[in-house]
Design a protein around this ligand. Structure first.
Ligand code: PEP
Length: 248
């Protein structure tokens, strides 16, 4: 039985005041939640969120890393810096990184490897573009994305990786995949892993992301192969985020 995981992706949103209000709001609801809950926050707020969440069940993550350990990489942040601020998770391969910053499957696989080497759990994002879905390429695309990481780190490493299936056409659009569309792709992703190791395939968490909200979360998370959600917009309001957390 896989415990439900709900992770918030704040993206580039926040201020010191907003972070305080949002985290305190989430913490108030935490005693009533059985899911594992993670918030992935912008780098400058990692320290603030770490302080606010000490002694709580709320876990903290970052949204990206640079694959180098240190050095002349102006503006970048390394895995050990993220760890230094108490984060245990890091989003890798989000579609915004793939499309806006040109991150290839090869770069993403390298980042997954570096995260694992630094004891950070990658929230490894995959998903197809609308055009790819329309032309029947969804499975080919997610297989390419997953296999790039299996080839780099090996199937055993998936014991420490959380997958987030996020159809790109559903991210930030208000258009959610239907439970059936999402379940079909999640089952396919699990079958891909099973070709390498049946037990690992059964234990890996595969989250759904893409306009998940308090109204659709329950039906999506109820699907057999959907183990929770990666939440963008709805993670910025504590009430909405908590009600998604309760849907698990
Ligand atoms: C995301 O950015 O990972 C995401 C799922 O965003 P939203 O929930 O806003 O679609």
């Amino acid at each position: 039985m896989r415990q439900t995981i709900v992770a918030g992706n704040w993206k580039m949103n926040g201020s010191k005041e907003m972070v305080n209000t949002l985290i305190l709001g989430i913490l108030q609801g935490m005693p009533y939640i059985e899911s594992q809950v993670i918030v992935c926050v912008p780098y400058p707020y990692l320290s603030q969120v770490e302080s606010l969440t000490t002694h709580s069940q709320l876990q903290v993550g970052a949204q990206n890393l640079n694959a180098n350990p240190f050095g002349a990489f102006t503006g970048e942040v390394s895995a050990n810096m993220i760890k230094d601020f108490g984060a245990k998770y890091v989003i890798i391969g989000h579609s915004e990184r793939r499309t806006l910053y040109g991150e290839s499957d090869t770069i993403i696989a390298e980042k997954v490897k570096i995260a694992l080497e630094n004891d950070l759990t990658p929230l490894f994002c995959i998903g197809e573009l609308l055009e790819e879905r329309k032309t029947g390429k969804t499975e080919t695309v997610v297989a390419r994305q997953v296999n790039a990481v299996i080839d780099k780190v090996g199937i055993e490493s998936f014991k420490n990786i959380i997958i987030a299936y996020e159809p790109v056409w559903a991210i930030g659009t208000g258009v959610t995949a239907t439970p059936q569309q999402a379940q079909t792709t999640h089952a396919y992703i699990r079958s891909l892993l099973a070709q390498n190791d049946v037990n690992i395939a059964q234990s890996v968490h595969i989250l759904y992301g893409g306009s998940m909200n308090p109204n659709n979360a329950k039906e999506l998370i109820a699907c057999e192969d959907i183990d929770g959600g990666l939440i963008g917009g709805a993670s910025l309001k504590s009430d909405d985020f908590l009600s998604i957390c309760k849907a698990g």
